[in-house]
Design a protein around this ligand. Sequence first.
Ligand code: WQD
Length: 344
Amino acid sequence: MKTTPHILVTGGTGYIGSHTVVELLIENYEVTIVDNLSRSNANVLDSITAITGKTPNFVQLDLCNADAVTTFFNAYSTPFDAIIHFAAYKAVGESVQEPLLYYHNNVVSMINLLQAANTNGCNKIVFSSSCTVYGQSASLPVTELTPRLTAESPYGNTKQICEDILRDTVNATNIQCISLRYFNPIGAHSSALMGELPLGVPNNLVPFITQTAIGKRASLSIFGNDYNTIDGTCVRDYIHVMDLAQAHIKAVEVLLATNQAHHYDIINIGTGVGSSVLQAVNAFEKAANLKLNYSYSPRRSGDVEAMYANVDKAKAVLNFSSQYSLEDALLHQWQWEQALQRNG
Ligand code: WQD
């Protein structure tokens, strides 16, 4: 009898993880979340239940604690059918200030997870990687064959290191893996019941836009308008978090269906469209029907001028392509910001 696949989601109370858990539950997967709650809140479980009518299993677990990880996996007599590994710190600027925090958290957790998964017979892993591994590519859009450049931050370097750990582990074991290189995740669940919960002052553009629009921030600073782009501001590939969640479902489906030994694949997950910061601001003003208070500031160190994806492989291998527009994502994130204000 076909049993329901059981998926382990590390970092599943985080921004992208929680949206992926929602899609997994809707697709009738069994889900267990592990998270140490260092950068997220267990209240998101209530949001997941409110959206899906289902409650995922949740275990508070620090993947940097090898003994705790071993104990956790030993409690499951039947191995997880697949793991989606989100758990990691992801603030570029913080990683520059605290490199050892990032190398320890992001790399040790990966090593502990792989060792326990391999021991316990769970051999299918989807990894949360990032376009940041490309650095400033000379050719755009980037494909998966575009060479990785020296990472612009310790955060980006942890993603490169983890990709290499996965590649080498796949070659030496029966673990199969797909690394998804996200471009810029934005937006919130269309229900406005769940979304990004940035801690403190947002580093990323879109939460800063919505917090400025709602009055939490006085004004948006656009970091640099002297780049060699359509309007002088940086170009990015902004993908709706709900599209990104769907890409993980597709990757799990491919892994569950493959028995190819030493299967390791890297796939860009973006829209394939580059949008400038100013274009994003203008799109937000149109979607929210308001004028945003912003001004231009000097460039932010570490920013690449332009980055957007060639998405052909995601379509060919995962049968995935993004469905939501930039305006959809901005409107959904605005509706979420307004819900946060209503709910205090
Ligand atoms: C986007 C653009 C800024 C804030 C990083 C990581 C990436 C992923 C997403 C984890 C840039 C400009 C921003 C502001 C601005 N992280 N900006 N004013 O840096 O492209 O990507 O976050 O998965 O891996 O590298 O995203 O949103 O910070 O910046 O002008 O207040 O918006 O200069 O051009 P980024 P971002």
